[in-house]
Design a protein around this ligand. Structure first.
Ligand SMILES: NC(=O)C1=CN([C@@H]2O[C@H](COP(=O)(O)OP(=O)(O)OC[C@H]3O[C@@H](n4cnc5c(N)ncnc54)[C@H](OP(=O)(O)O)[C@@H]3O)[C@@H](O)[C@H]2O)C=CC1
Ligand SMILES: O=C(O)C1=N[C@H](C(=O)O)C[C@H](O)C1
Length: 268
């Protein structure tokens, strides 16, 4: 089989640079495109050199449409507006879109789901094996522990992060809600401040901390009568996420159009 042709969106970003490096180091893949929006300072630079790896002979371009048309897959950990546009391009050209961006509105989420009628999209708020395994365990715990156990989800990230709760925290919230057979939108309680009143039984609470260079810490706490069950995950390096993104891209090759999750990729 020929090498899979890969475009990295947001190639100058924190995750973009890690992805470029990993694609260059991975057998069976070749970097054919790297994008940033119009006016970006990195346009025209070599994506490999920008990533601190070897020369890739791929100049960063603002023409994402042409890059996608000439590739098999685009790896996209950017910003919500860009991801919606990329999903549309992937649909127009029948390509693979690996989407790890977080912070979508409901409308943006629906637009990406619609694009999956014609594109093969793997979308996840967290591409790590550990987080996806933990989500399955959280669902199981929420099935087993009734509403005497209050569910609270706490996350901490670096001070650049612009969305809260994190995509991962929301994944854990969805998993807990599935286990409890409730709708997360109805049970969700985020950002308590001031005279909040007592906690509502059955709510799923979220708290977001921001500071320093923390890559991503998450805990799901089941606080019950006289005991707490706590599930935690600590990301130590962004390569963790990039490895999952590449695994998803290889898995998606040859799959029909549709919206897939990392749980599908991992068979969880
Ligand atoms: N699912 C997962 O496993 C993970 C998800 N994430 C998510 O990935 C996203 C990116 O995180 P991070 O790398 O830290 O953020 P960065 O801000 O470092 O990188 C985002 C990059 O995307 C660029 N960008 C903005 N608009 C476009 C566009 N239209 N086309 C192409 N590129 C564009 C930005 O450009 P500019 O310099 O102009 O801002 C920037 O270079 C976040 O939503 C984060 O939550 C992060 C880690 C793991
Ligand atoms: O912004 C980040 O950095 C991360 N974002 C994802 C999220 O919102 O959960 C995944 C990871 O935690 C890092």
């Amino acid at each position: 089989m020929s090498d899979m042709r890969i475009v990295v969106a947001g190639a100058a970003g924190h995750m973009g640079r890690v992805l470029v490096r990993l694609v260059q180091q991975t057998n069976g893949m070749v970097l054919t495109g790297a994008t940033e929006p119009a006016g970006h300072a990195a346009l025209g630079e070599d994506a490999g050199l920008l990533a601190g790896a070897g020369r890739a002979d791929v100049a960063v371009t603002a023409d994402a449409e042409a890059a996608i048309a000439a590739a098999d897959a685009i790896l996209d950990l950017t910003v919500p507006k860009a991801s919606v546009a990329i999903a549309g391009m992937a649909a127009r050209h029948g390509k693979i879109h690996i989407c790890g961006t977080t912070g979508f509105t409901d409308e943006e989420t629906a637009a990406i789901a619609a694009a999956a009628a014609k594109a093969t999209i793997v979308k996840s708020g967290n591409f790590s094996l550990g987080v996806n395994l933990l989500a399955a365990l959280v669902q199981r715990a929420a099935e087993a522990l009734d509403e005497d156990f209050d569910i609270e989800i706490v996350e901490m990230h670096h001070n650049r992060k612009v969305d809260a709760p994190s995509g991962t925290a929301l994944m854990f919230g969805e998993a807990a809600a599935r286990g409890r057979k409730v709708d997360l939108a109805a049970a969700r309680d985020s950002g308590r401040d001031g005279q909040t009143g007592a906690r509502t039984r059955g709510d799923i609470g979220f708290a977001a901390l921001r500071g320093g260079t923390v890559v991503g810490d998450h805990s799901v706490i089941f606080a019950g009568p006289s005991e707490r069950v706590v599930f935690s995950h600590y990301a130590e390096d962004r390569t963790l996420f990039a490895r999952g993104v590449l695994k998803a891209a290889l898995w998606a090759r040859g799959r029909p159009a549709g919206l897939y999750s990392m749980a599908d990729v991992l068979g969880l």
